[in-house]
Design a protein around this ligand. Structure first.
Ligand code: MLT
Length: 327
């Protein structure tokens, strides 16, 4: 029996009412959580914090598997091919489950209908950061530097369609430049090279940026949202720094393969909500600058509508910016 047959058999079993019985004892073994980027980056950090708390409430270990590549679309596609039995879940984000639709003409999955939504996990501010030695200390100076060094400036990111890629492309469209692009398998390794001074700048999520800015190993010019981030209160907003047109907030979402039985999705949702209500999880996410979502988005139906709205929001933004997977 090949994988397709197994998936079909699983779906038939669910229809035949076997799933509710399985859901009563679920989970009986470890659950794999796919992180579609390299270890050490923002998706991985948030995923590990939440997985640890979920392991406690589920009574089974949630094991992280990093499946990096193609801006997170490789890991997302992998999940769609796994058994919808509750033992495979993932953390997706604005790139893998919204921006990818406009960026990848041949995306191999539908970010909404090929998944069972579990719930939104968090939202993250984006910061414009640079290596310490970059000769600019404010956003205005950085923009001037970038315009003057457009041909040689190196923009690190986590692959085509990743959040770091898309958000810096929007920054480039806002200020009218097209610098060099340096893809990594996640912004964990990209951040390492930024700290080492091997690349010039990175648009990254606050959870990956805050520890480095506090340690003084990189510069942060601005946070691209309406108000300052509590984890980095000294970093101005893009509006304060003179670039009000550049505003972007991103998110992480928890998903399972399409066809995962509803009672199992409900159990995973319950464990996610317990994790987000856990005082230790709240403190760790707050220290990293991540924001918790509204309760109505930490539900399968709420996340599904949210994803549809985010795809509708990002598609024209990306098209208007003239951005494709090739630039
Ligand atoms: C992204 O840029 O999409 C993420 O930062 C990737 C990651 O989690 O490493």
């Amino acid at each position: 029996m090949n994988r397709r047959h197994l998936i079909a058999a699983g779906a038939l079993a669910a229809l035949a009412g076997i799933a509710p019985a399985a859901a009563q004892t679920y989970p009986t073994r470890p659950i794999t959580m796919i992180i579609p980027f390299a270890a050490g980056g923002p998706t991985d950090v948030v995923g590990r914090i939440v997985a640890e708390a979920m392991s406690k409430s589920l009574g089974q270990t949630v094991v992280i598997e990093n499946v990096a590549g193609a801006g997170g679309t490789t890991g997302s596609n992998r999940l769609t091919q796994l058994q919808p039995d509750g033992y495979s879940i993932m953390i997706g984000h604005t790139g893998t489950h919204a921006a990818s639709v406009a960026l990848y003409p041949n995306l191999r999955y539908n970010p909404v209908s090929d998944f069972a939504q579990i719930g939104l996990v968090n939202t993250n501010a984006i910061l414009i950061t640079a290596k310490k030695a970059l000769p600019a200390n404010t956003l205005a100076e950085f923009v001037t530097w970038l315009k003057a060094n457009e041909r040689t400036a190196n923009n690190a990111h986590a692959g085509i369609g990743s959040v770091s890629h898309t958000t810096c492309l929007l920054l480039h469209a806002t200020i009218g430049v097209r610098p060099q692009s340096v893809p990594y398998r996640g912004t964990g390794p990209a951040m390492n090279d930024l700290v080492a001074g091997q690349v010039d700048y990175l648009c990254d999520q606050v959870v990956n940026v805050a520890p480095q800015v506090r340690a003084g190993t990189i510069k942060a010019f601005a946070v691209a949202q309406a108000s300052r981030n509590s984890a980095l209160p000294d970093v101005p907003t893009t509006t304060e720094a003179g670039l009000p047109a550049y505003q972007v907030v991103v998110w992480n979402a928890m998903l399972a393969p399409k066809g995962t039985p509803e009672p199992i999705v409900a159990r995973l949702n319950e464990a996610l909500r317990a994790a987000l209500a856990d005082a230790n999880v709240k403190a760790r996410l707050a220290e990293l600058g991540a924001d918790l979502p509204a309760d109505n988005l930490v539900t399968p139906a709420g996340l599904r509508s949210f994803l549809e709205a985010e795809i509708a929001k990002w598609t024209p933004v990306i098209k208007a910016a003239g951005v494709t997977a090739g630039n």
